[in-house]
Design a protein around this ligand. Structure first.
Ligand code: 3SL
Length: 243
């Protein structure tokens, strides 16, 4: 297995695809997706475009759908939910399809939606993602960070490093053997330095600061928790993730 880290959708190659793409948006889209599916949502359908989301969700039974998402971190006006994972409790999401649009995470999903296997990862479900990769042994794995509007986001790269770290430990591999590009070594080093202090790291990074300005302190605390959810979001058709 060879791992490749790409910090943003824009820096992800366009001329080929991996055997497995792992989309990461720790703050907060992939944490929200994992939490919603863990709470019994039927599926999460991701859209980068609000108008297309409205058109597709309109065809769904109103009591079986929730429109969720953010722009600039704030709930889209008129939607049922924003993009806080803490809102995705069973009483709200069980049995429903979440039609989700976010600024960056849904764009990252779209970028690799044609890969044969697409899964999503966050700190909360890192162990399950690693178990899946060790079990399936895809030859090439891309860890695709969502970033923020084209620029690098520290928390996504740290999560890429957290995945590499656990793969190395549990798969008994060396960093040199598993690293397909230098970004993997950078991500591994970042995680090694901050693994016991992820919340302070999230408080320092630019998107963490943006969310703190929006009073999302509890979201940051939750997104920093590691290996707490036993759920693997996997794409069943382009843009639709199920458990
Ligand atoms: O950009 C995204 O996809 C979101 O996760 C950003 S936010 O954390 O909801 O602001």
């Amino acid at each position: 297995m060879k791992l490749f880290v790409y910090h943003t959708p824009e820096r992800t190659p366009e001329d080929n695809l991996p055997d497995c793409a792992v989309v990461i948006d720790v703050l907060r889209a992939t944490t929200t997706i994992a939490t919603a599916l863990n709470s019994g949502a039927e599926a999460v359908q991701a859209f980068s475009d609000i108008d297309i989301l409205m058109e597709k969700s309109e065809r769904w039974l109103p009591d079986k759908r929730l429109r969720a998402g953010e722009r600039g971190g704030e709930k889209v006006p008129g939607f049922d939910l924003g993009n806080s994972p803490l809102d995705c409790v069973p009483q709200v999401v069980a049995g429903k399809r979440l039609f989700l649009t976010t600024t960056n995470g849904t764009r990252a999903l779209q970028r690799v939606s044609q890969a044969p296997i697409v899964i999503t990862a966050a700190q909360v479900n890192r162990q399950v993602v690693v178990n899946y990769l060790l079990d399936k042994q895809p030859e090439t794995v891309w860890l695709v960070g969502s970033g923020w509007e084209g620029s690098y986001s520290l928390e996504d790269t740290a999560c890429g490093g957290a995945i590499a770290d656990l793969l190395i430990k549990q798969g008994k591999m060396s960093l040199e053997a598993i690293a397909g590009n230098d970004e993997v070594i950078g991500a591994f080093s970042l995680y090694s330095q901050w693994q016991d202090n992820l919340l302070p790291l999230f408080h320092k990074c630019s998107h963490g600061q943006r969310l703190l300005r929006l009073n999302c302190h509890e979201d940051l605390e939750y997104c920093a928790k590691t290996d707490i959810l036993d759920v693997l979001p996997i794409q069943k058709e382009p843009g639709v993730l199920v458990k």
